[in-house]
Structure formats: structure tokens, C-alpha cells
Design a protein around this ligand. Structure first.
Ligand SMILES: [Zn+2]
Length: 578
């Protein structure tokens, strides 16, 4: 007998087609999310900065050739030392750095995002943030395309010595642009900073270099291996303290300015890259000729221009930072003014690149570094607002799609709708409890301590998303049973409906995630062409896409789960026997 049986909502609709449609939509959402996740990741990693050729000369005139000395500037000898991954609190235990602070300036710094090493080394050396330098991750390949302190120092005829890991060669071509280098192979198993300090001292032994750059990597290695709050980290910091003291003592001739800072900090458990204070609230210690005895707050972008003014050099061209006036003992002839002119030109060209020449209408009265930053932020906000209103229809479309699914399921069966919503709610509660409470993760690049952990991290989240999805399906089935006085199981002629309840629950969950993805795409766009997205938002966006992808497995398995509960639940069995 083929008597039509009442399904959800009591029609004789082709009931199997709903099941098929739900599964197909879920698989489609999964595939789309997978594709978008790969595309978006690549967009950030392979970001091509449109700002690397900025010179500002259309607005302030050509900068004098580097071999033309800055008028009235004293060519001061500067030693710039970067200690990779040194936290601010750990630096306060170091006698060598505290001595510099006492003698000179103690600056609180904010590090731009993402707080990874290649990007932040580049910011220190160029004054340019990631968005402008184009160096967004440690996977960056090739020469950094914006001007560095090496370029301006060597171009100005100064002798330049560089000691540090070989990465400095790949990124900045130091052996080509500088006078002398001592480069060390990166080796996580061996303490490298003693050799690097030896190298820096040897380079300066016969004739002291006018500009010396030293990068000490070991604190970062200890941070990754043991965490920023560990005893091992503290022990490495103590070792670096001794080597730093040795370096400073060896290079100090009484007329040298020392600048010591980290590229970023480290979280307690190890890791950086995100916006946590432990990673991004850092310091710089300045001491020597040209430095006032004071404290100040600044950005990492301000280091290169400040070093340039102290040294009596032109600052690297594309930097958005400006010299930290508060810590300058003097303007070093025209050095400080030259930096203001350069920064004004770069700000104007940045605005022209972002908004076009029309955006430049009311820019006559730039007077302070704060005005530069404000004008750039206003330009960003104006273009983002225009792009967001252009993308708004897509966001509205996503909201309509979610509402339509709710209506379709609800019209067929309000109990199935309540059951699916309950399942989806359990999914989000469970997934996020695992993420934030059980694992103590955050929406932050610092979450994976090392690059080798990236794929394991995302695979783990996919497994958890699929597992939480299956539990959500079970919850939906139990809720459905609870909502009926005499629930009937799949064996009572409701087979397609019971099979469909799982995929419906998963598709609803996927659509809630898709809505969050749509909000991100509305805010930042899927392509990264002129502005980097907020990194915390971008991390959440990637995780939403990962969950969307993994949930297709739960849709397939979930059909079996809801069927089995419908088949085996004591109340549906009782109803069947009546
Ligand atoms: Zn690191």
C-alpha cells in the first residue's frame, strides 16, 4: 500500500526531495566555505602592498639625494639592537636595559598587527606597518620592497655593520647594501646570541661602524619552546642580559647612541602574532647623544624615523611613523624637519592612493604627527564606508536566506524548527565552550605557538566542529520527541522526515556561521587589496569558514543520528506499538 503519510506540516509534498535539498545545500555551503577559506588565507599571506612605491614627491617635492647631507646635522654613531620576542616585564629584570633607561629614555611602544617577526622587524627598519611594507607573515619571500635604515645609512655614505640571523640577508639584502655583515644560521637547538654578539664586536673591532644593527633571536626561541612566563624563558633573558652588556660595553665609545627594543613580546604560554598586550605592548630603551632623559609613548613605526633623526639621516621613505619628539634632546640640525616633510608627503600620497586626488581637498593644515595619523585613518574610514555600502546587498541577501530557511522549515513543522534551533544552539554553546574554556584559545594568531602547528590547529577545530554538529543533531531529535505527545518514529512512515531533521539542524548551524562570514566580508571584503582586515575579526572569519566546511560531515552523519534516535527512543517505540 502506498497511502500518502502525513509528514511535517501534513502535506503529501515530495518528502524525499526536502532531505536531498538539505544535504545538497549543506555540502554546497561546505565546499563554498572551503574555497573561500583558502582564497582569504592566501589574500593575507600573499598581500601585494599598493604603497611600496610611495615617495611623497608629488606633494612635497623630491627628497634630496641620500648622499646630500642633511643640513647642519651631526652624523651620530648609532647601535640599534633588536631582541626577538622579549617581553616588557622580562626586560625590566635586565640590568643592561635598565641602565640605558636610567640614562636616557624609556618608551612604551605599541606593535602593529600581525605581531609576527618578519613583519615587525620590517616595521622597525622601515617605519612602515605591514599594510604598507607588504610583509604580513613569516612566509614572506624575497626582498622587502620599501626603503630601510640600511638603505638610508649606506646610501648616505655611512659605514653599516649588521649581525644577526641569515634571514636578514633574504629580507633586506644586507650583504649588498651594507659595509659588513656577520650572519648566523638560525638554529633553535643552540644559543646563538653569543656568536652574534661576537660577530658584531668583531665587525666593529678595526674600524667602528657608524650604524650597527644587531638582532638577537634566542629569547623568542625560548618563548616558543617554554612560554613567556616560564623559568626557561627567564633564564634565556638572563643570558641575553650578559651578552647585551658585553655588546654595549664593547661598542660604547662615549659618543654612541644605543637603542634596544624587541620586535614583539610573547604570551605566557608562548606565541605571538595577535593583539594581546603581552605580544604588542612593548618598549624601547634609548640612551646616548641626542636622547633626552624621559619617558614617552609611541608606536613601533616611530622607531626608524627617531633613529634617523638622532643619526642625522633622512628617514626611510615609506614609513608612516614620525620621530618621537618627546625623547629627542635636539632636532639634530634639519633632521627632524626633514622627517616631518617626508612624513607629510607620505601621508598625502597615502590618502591619494586610498581615495584618489579628490580626497586631498582640505589638507593645507597638517601640523603634527597626530594629524598625519588622523588623516590616514579618516581616509581609510571613508573608503571602507563606501565599499561597505556597495556590499550591503550581499549582507542583506545572507540575512534573507537565513530567514527563508527558518520559514520553510517552520511552515513544514514548527516542532522541527524548534528542534533544529535547539540543536544549533547546543552546537554553538558546545563548540565555543571547547574553544574558549577547555582549550583557553582566543581569536588570535598567538593561539598557535609555532607555524608548524597551524594545520594541526585547524584540523582540530574541524574535528570538534563535526563532533559538536553530531551532538547537535542528537539534541534536535530528542527535543523533537519531547515536543510531541505521541511522537512517531521513522518506522511509522516518517522515514524522510527523521532523516531530514539532522541535515536541517546542520544547515541551520551553517547558515548562522555563513551570516557571520557575510558580516566579515561586508566589513572588509574577501580580497585584500588596500587595507588589512582587523586581525581578530579575520581569525574568527577563518574559523567560521573552517566550521562551515567541517559541518558537511555532520550533515551526512546527522541524518543517521536523528533516524536512529527516532527509531530507538522509548517514546516513539511506545507510539508505534499502540
Ligand atoms: Zn617568534
Amino acid at each position: 500500500m502506498n497511502k500518502p503519510v502525513r509528514g511535517w506540516g501534513g502535506t503529501t509534498w515530495p518528502r524525499w526531495s526536502i532531505l536531498v535539498a538539505l544535504v545538497v545545500l549543506s555540502l554546497g555551503a561546505s565546499y563554498g566555505a572551503y574555497t573561500l577559506a583558502g582564497y582569504s588565507w592566501d589574500q593575507v599571506v600573499s598581500y601585494q602592498s599598493p604603497y611600496t612605491t610611495m615617495s611623497g614627491i608629488d606633494y612635497v617635492g623630491a627628497r634630496p639625494n641620500l648622499d646630500v647631507a642633511v643640513p647642519n646635522a651631526e652624523a651620530r654613531r648609532v647601535v640599534l639592537i633588536v631582541i626577538d620576542g622579549l617581553r616588557d616585564d622580562a626586560s625590566r629584570t635586565m640590568d643592561s636595559i635598565n641602565a640605558l633607561r636610567e640614562q636616557g629614555a624609556d618608551v612604551s611602544l605599541t606593535v602593529p598587527q600581525p605581531s609576527l617577526s618578519y613583519p615587525t622587524w620590517t616595521t622597525i627598519l622601515t617605519g612602515a606597518p605591514q599594510q604598507i611594507s607588504g610583509v604580513t607573515t613569516n612566509w614572506y619571500e624575497g626582498r622587502v620592497p620599501v626603503e630601510t635604515l640600511f638603505d638610508v645609512a649606506a646610501g648616505s655614505g655611512r659605514s653599516v655593520a649588521v649581525a644577526g640571523p641569515v634571514d636578514l640577508e633574504a629580507l633586506y639584502g644586507v650583504s649588498e647594501v651594507t659595509s659588513a655583515t656577520a650572519l648566523t644560521e638560525w638554529d633553535d637547538a643552540t644559543y646563538m646570541s653569543d656568536d652574534i654578539v661576537d660577530g658584531a664586536l668583531a665587525l666593529n673591532a678595526s674600524s667602528p661602524a657608524n650604524f650597527t644593527f644587531v638582532l638577537l633571536p634566542d629569547v623568542d626561541v625560548a618563548g616558543h619552546a617554554y612560554g613567556g612566563a616560564s623559568d626557561e624563558y627567564a633564564a634565556t633573558v638572563a643570558k641575553i642580559d650578559d651578552d647585551l652588556a658585553r655588546l654595549i660595553a664593547g661598542l660604547d665609545d662615549g659618543s654612541t647612541t644605543f637603542v634596544v627594543l624587541p620586535d614583539h613580546g610573547h604570551t605566557d604560554t608562548g606565541g605571538h602574532g595577535g593583539g594581546e598586550a603581552a605580544a604588542t605592548a612593548t618598549f624601547a630603551a634609548f640612551a646616548g647623544p641626542g636622547v633626552a632623559q624621559t619617558t614617552a609613548e609611541a608606536n613601533l613605526e616611530d622607531i626608524a624615523p627617531t633613529v634617523a633623526v638622532i643619526a642625522g639621516l633622512q628617514a626611510p621613505l615609506q614609513g608612516t611613523g614620525t620621530a618621537i619628539d618627546a625623547i629627542l634632546a635636539d632636532e639634530n640640525g634639519s633632521s627632524r624637519d626633514a622627517d616631518m616633510v617626508r612624513a607629510a608627503g607620505i601621508t598625502l600620497e597615502y590618502i591619494a592612493t586610498v581615495l584618489g586626488e579628490d580626497g586631498l581637498a582640505d589638507l593645507e593644515s597638517i601640523d603634527s604627527p597626530a594629524a598625519f595619523a588622523r588623516l590616514r585613518a579618516n581616509a581609510d574610514a571613508e573608503r571602507l564606508a563606501a565599499e561597505r555600502s556597495g556590499r550591503l546587498p550581499w549582507l542583506i541577501g545572507a540575512i534573507v536566506a537565513l530567514a527563508a530557511l527558518l520559514v520553510i522549515v517552520g511552515v513544514r513543522s514548527w516542532r522541527a524548527l524548534v528542534a533544529s534551533i535547539s540543536g544549533a544552539a547546543v552546537y554553538f554553546g558546545l563548540y565555543n565552550a571547547l574553544f574558549f574554556l577547555a582549550h583557553d584559545y582566543a581569536w588570535s594568531l598567538s593561539t598557535f605557538n609555532e607555524e608548524s602547528q597551524v594545520s594541526a590547529f585547524f584540523n582540530g577545530r574541524m574535528l570538534e566542529a563535526a563532533g559538536c554538529g553530531i551532538i547537535a543533531c542528537a539534541v534536535a531529535a530528542l527535543v523533537y520527541v519531547a515536543l510531541r505527545r505521541q511522537p512517531r518514529g521513522p518506522h511509522s512512515g516518517y522515514l524522510p522526515e527523521w532523516l531530514a531533521l539532522g541535515p536541517a539542524t546542520i544547515l541551520l548551524t551553517q547558515l548562522v556561521l555563513a551570516l557571520q562570514v557575510a558580516i566579515f566580508v561586508w566589513q572588509w571584503g574577501a580580497s585584500v587589496v588596500w587595507i588589512l582586515p582587523n586581525m581578530q575579526d579575520a581569525f574568527k572569519y577563518d574559523l567560521d569558514l573552517i566550521q562551515l566546511t567541517a559541518l558537511a560531515a555532520a550533515a551526512l552523519l546527522g541524518a543517521g543520528i536523528t533516524w536512529a534516535i527516532g527509531r530507538l527512543h522509548p517514546r516513539t517505540r511506545k507510539a508505534a506499538s499502540q
